[in-house]
Design a protein around this ligand. Structure first.
Ligand code: ZN
Length: 201
């Protein structure tokens, strides 16, 4: 992660843009590494999307001991934090008449969605709540809050913001499908095959 963020992304991509007078937020690069390495961001994201597999068009396989060892070796402390949940995920991935983990008691709190980046607010201490455009919104980080509340307004620093930067139209999944039946949601997503089965069944 260190090499990818600092060498590939920062030194070879971002820093050269400075000569075109782009302002590079150096502290954010530091935080992106901190988020992945110290705050477990990637593990939280994996858990979130694995939880919601019935409404994805893909599903992560359950893990075995070799996988657990790999994660623990690469990310010391991983098993204590996520191991139990993945054990349960593995159990529930065997067919025996139970429902998917999404609806099972797996000690998982469904998180709020970030209005700007659309990934959920997975790092609790980073979450921001604010009323913007007369609506209470949640953000995964101060940066995403700034994006919506400051930068992506109709005007920023005296210049009009192009339509693609205005976060308009349909936003989060949860509002879009609020109060809808799961079967209707899956149909609406286009995940039903010609033979009537879903893409993952
Ligand atoms: Zn965000």
């Amino acid at each position: 992660w260190h090499r990818w963020i600092y060498d590939d992304y920062y030194r070879s991509y971002l820093v050269p843009l400075e000569k075109y007078r782009l302002v590079i937020p150096h502290d954010l690069v530091e935080e992106s590494w901190n988020r992945i390495w110290n705050k477990g961001y990637v593990h939280e994201v994996a858990q979130f999307f694995a939880t919601g597999w019935p409404v994805n068009y893909w599903r992560i396989d359950g893990m075995d001991d070799t996988d657990f060892e790999w994660f623990e070796h690469k990310y010391p402390g991983w098993y204590d934090k996520y191991g139990k949940w993945w054990e349960r995920y593995g159990e529930l991935s065997k067919r025996n008449g139970h429902g998917p983990i999404t609806f099972a008691d797996a000690n998982y709190e469904y998180p709020h969605r970030c209005w700007s980046c659309m990934v959920p607010c997975l790092i609790r201490e980073d979450m921001v709540v604010d009323e913007v455009d007369g609506q209470v919104r949640t953000y995964c980080s101060e940066t995403c809050h700034w994006t919506d509340a400051v930068a992506f307004r109709p005007q920023y620093e005296g210049r009009p913001t192009p339509a693609m930067g205005q976060l308009t139209g349909k936003r989060e999944w949860e509002t879009l499908y609020h109060d809808m039946d799961l079967a209707e949601i899956v149909q609406d997503l286009g995940y039903v095959r010609d033979d009537g089965k879903t893409l993952i069944a």
